[in-house]
Design a protein around this ligand. Sequence first.
Ligand SMILES: NC(=O)c1ccc[n+]([C@@H]2O[C@H](COP(=O)([O-])OP(=O)(O)OC[C@H]3O[C@@H](n4cnc5c(N)ncnc54)[C@H](OP(=O)(O)O)[C@@H]3O)[C@@H](O)[C@H]2O)c1
Length: 231
Amino acid sequence: MVERPYTILSCGISLDGYLDAATPERLVLSNEADLDRVEEVRADCDAILVGAATVRNDNPRLLVRKAALRQLRRTRGQHETPMKVTVTERARLDPCSNFFVTGDSEKLVYCASRSVPIARARLGAVATVVDGGEPVDVPLLAEGLYDRGVRRLLVEGGGRVHTQFLTADLADELHLVMAPFFVGNSRAHRFVGDGAFPWNPGRRAPLAETRQIGDVVLLRYALSSRFAATT
Ligand SMILES: NC(=O)c1ccc[n+]([C@@H]2O[C@H](COP(=O)([O-])OP(=O)(O)OC[C@H]3O[C@@H](n4cnc5c(N)ncnc54)[C@H](OP(=O)(O)O)[C@@H]3O)[C@@H](O)[C@H]2O)c1
């Protein structure tokens, strides 16, 4: 049987379903209390994955900042920060971006075959570049992460990455945080793009939890039979 990590998809969206605002500035959808919650989810995972556009646009650190959570990870024999993983077709990534220069864990770049030489030249000093196929085959990526010891994976966007994990039925849980405002600009990125999703009008996703966190709301969906085993 093919093994893959237990996979949680996580993101914040506006009331009209956007991930960002189509502006160069990062859009703040979450609030402090929710960021604390996300930190706890991160601390429980072996790896965090984001798409290359998110690395470029948001320049995220993807760290566990709370000392108590880092200590907890150390006592479990883990790095303070989960492994960081990104996926790219063109390898247009800056080796000085926060993704690569922060955190004590390994960084992996799953790269489309044709861009592997350029990725190794550009990023080889700061990350392990893996040939992921043409384009990167996301189910194989998930298996590859499992083979590297990743048992719990947190996917933090953006939309292209979420779309592929959902349409390939690779997600066990979805954490959707809804912010109390509209973006109102169709040039912004939506939570997901077009695709054949396993969850549709004929097959509704089980809602496992709703939680108000200050002015945002967390919707937690159970997307596989593995969900029950973890709760
Ligand atoms: N609200 C939130 O919680 C949240 C979270 C994360 C991101 N965001 C926002 O989402 C926006 C980015 O979303 P997005 O959908 O444009 O991008 P994304 O999913 O972050 O990244 C897309 C990029 O990843 C690479 N990629 C994805 N799948 C691939 C595959 N199978 N093979 C090879 N490469 C692949 C390509 O990189 P290359 O272009 O390098 O070839 C592609 O352009 C950002 O503006 C960010 O602010 C919001």
